[in-house]
Design a protein around this ligand. Structure first.
Ligand code: 48C
Length: 351
């Protein structure tokens, strides 16, 4: 073949034999690659073997879920009626979103002890009996538990039979004239026992109100580095209705365009170290407010909410974990695990 021909000939001339082979090879490559992709896509969308198959994210998912068998519904969908994960990937714990057997086995292997702190100061000692009896029935059943009971009336702490691996530690503390002060001082009193007891005796701390009773299982599913509980009055509310402290003069101030959820002051916890950091920070903030002659709108609960805005919880408990039947029953509440006890405020507060 003339060299010019090779250079200047028509299409035929351009497509020399060598070039034909290269083009043919490239086309073969593309074809086989394309074929492979096609097969993969067909497999991907039609594969219906077990959990290891990629979860179909096509829009048809929503209208063919009734086709999913029970196994898939439990393991893929869990709950589709409630929010189960935050934007920072913290799980929100609802009935049906976890497997107790798996979690209990994990924690039994870790041989953890869980501390439950509760304050029964002045007349609130009357709540202890029901609190402890129901905790024995439902709280961390099968695991080691230390009940830390902070009270100014140690002699009035009731005798309650405790199961194996569970013990009662009565911590005498001072009282205060106002119930708001008592509520707020809990942060200080918890942080004070960090060094002396908690760091050596337990792995996790769960800090709760005493005018409550356990009504269903509260187990290791709640445990995480740092957790809070959605307040029953605000779990479905918009941010602007949250009763955060909005006065910039207070250390509990949360700007109106910040905040994720409204957390209840009556149920929070985490590892001993994380709870120490939280309670110390909240106590210090309350002391600054006190020196400035201001008290946050909802006392320690306001400071807890402020803390959680800037120290995101690693797990959030649903209102199953702190409910008040005065708020009625909700379809989404498959369980009411920790319930407010009826009380006559006049009869027990500041008494
Ligand atoms: O132990 C007391 N005694 C009081 O006179 C007032 C409050 N308290 C503690 O602070 C109890 O542990 C209460 O549960 C807690 C504040 N929370 C409440 O009074 C309602 N559960 C909101």
């Amino acid at each position: 073949m003339d060299k010019d021909q090779g250079k200047t000939g028509g299409v035929k001339g351009y497509l020399t034999k060598r070039r034909l082979c290269v083009v043919g090879f490239i086309m073969l490559l593309f074809f086989s690659f394309g074929f492979g992709v096609g097969v993969g896509f067909v497999w991907y969308t039609s594969n219906d073997t077990g959990l290891d198959a990629p979860i179909k994210i096509s829009s048809t998912m929503s209208n063919n879920t009734q086709d999913l068998d029970d196994f898939h519904k439990v393991n893929l969908l869990r709950r589709s009626d409630v929010l189960t994960m935050t934007l920072w990937f913290a799980p929100i714990v609802w009935e049906g979103t976890y497997n107790s057997e798996i979690l209990n086995e994990q924690f039994r292997q870790r041989n953890v002890t869980v501390g439950l702190t509760v304050f029964a100061i002045k007349k609130y000692v009357v709540f202890l009996k029901k609190f402890l009896e129901t905790a024995e029935m439902y709280f961390m059943v099968g695991h080691r538990v230390n009940y830390y009971i902070f009270t100014d009336r140690p002699e009035e702490v009731p005798e309650v039979v405790l199961k194996e691996g569970r013990k009662k530690v009565v911590l005498p503390v001072q009282n205060y004239p106002r119930w708001q002060e008592i509520s707020m001082r809990r942060m200080e009193m918890i942080s004070n026992f960090f060094q002396q007891r908690f760091i050596n005796e337990v792995s996790y701390l769960v800090c709760v109100d005493v005018d409550m009773r356990f009504n269903d299982q509260v187990g290791v599913e709640i445990l995480s580095d740092l957790f809070g509980t959605l307040h029953p009055g605000f779990y479905a509310a918009e941010r602007q209705s949250f009763t955060y402290e909005h006065r910039p003069a207070s250390q509990a101030y949360v700007p109106s365009d910040e905040g994720d959820f409204y957390y209840a002051g009556g149920f929070f916890g985490g590892t001993v170290m994380e709870v120490y950091k939280l309670t110390k920070k909240c106590h210090e903030a309350m002391m600054v407010d006190k020196a400035n002659g201001i008290e946050a709108i909802w006392h320690d609960e306001s400071h807890l909410n402020k803390y959680f805005v800037y120290h995101k919880p690693t797990k959030i408990l649903s209102p199953e974990y702190l409910w008040d039947d005065d708020m009625g029953r909700r379809e989404i509440l498959k369980k009411r695990r920790f319930l407010a006890v009826r009380k006559n405020h006049a009869a027990i507060r500041n008494k």
